[in-house]
Design a protein around this ligand. Structure first.
Ligand SMILES: CC(C)(COP(=O)(O)OP(=O)(O)OC[C@H]1O[C@@H](n2cnc3c(N)ncnc32)[C@H](O)[C@@H]1OP(=O)(O)O)[C@@H](O)C(=O)NCCC(=O)NCCS
Length: 150
């Protein structure tokens, strides 16, 4: 099966929201936030398709004033995990940061999400710190950071 990575289109909203819900449940983005990400960051919002079916996405937002970026979300639906699709999506985000004037990129993940932490580590992200009550009381998140300054 052939996987392709392309930039998001405005017509992808429903499919991306569905993937996000399936992956993150109560922590998924409401449709209006996803619409805003698509509006704001179409050049750095990537979707993965397998034989024409959307199976994952990843999006980066860059602060135009500070050149600091955040990986806002990334995910691949379960039957398609462990096939290199997350790596391909991350590679697109990484290439984007390299070609833009990005100085640092940060992301959050759950401390027990070992697979995601390994994936990000392979792209040069390192654990910066761990913060309690990050999105809500009792919610602990790991912050990972990669510097693009050489
Ligand atoms: C984290 C996530 C995005 C990774 O996506 P993925 O497509 O599974 O990532 P990859 O396939 O590129 O890599 C995952 C593993 O599969 C391995 N792999 C890659 N291609 C492979 C292949 N063809 N055959 C077998 N294994 C393969 C990778 O080496 C990696 O191994 P590791 O777990 O030992 O490190 C995905 O698991 C996911 O969406 N999880 C739920 C949501 C989530 O946690 N998102 C991140 C929030 S911060």
């Amino acid at each position: 099966m052939k996987t392709s990575i392309r930039n998001v289109r405005s017509t992808d909203l429903a499919a991306v929201v569905e993937i996000d819900k399936a992956l993150f449940g109560a922590e998924s983005f409401p449709s209006f936030s996803m619409r805003q990400f698509i509006n704001l960051f179409p050049e750095s919002f990537y979707v993965a398709e397998q034989d024409g079916v959307m199976v994952g996405y990843a999006t980066i937002g860059v602060n135009a004033f500070s050149s600091d970026a955040w990986l806002l979300s990334a995910g691949v639906i379960e039957p398609y995990q462990n096939r290199g699709i997350g790596t391909d999506l991350l590679a697109s985000c990484d290439d984007y940061c390299k070609k833009m004037p990005v100085e640092t990129c940060r992301l959050t993940t759950d401390p027990d999400n070992a697979g995601a932490i390994r994936l990000y580590g392979r792209f040069g992200f390192q654990v910066e710190n761990e913060i309690l009550d990050y999105y809500a009381p009792g919610d602990r998140k790991v912050i990972m950071v990669k510097s693009y300054i050489h």
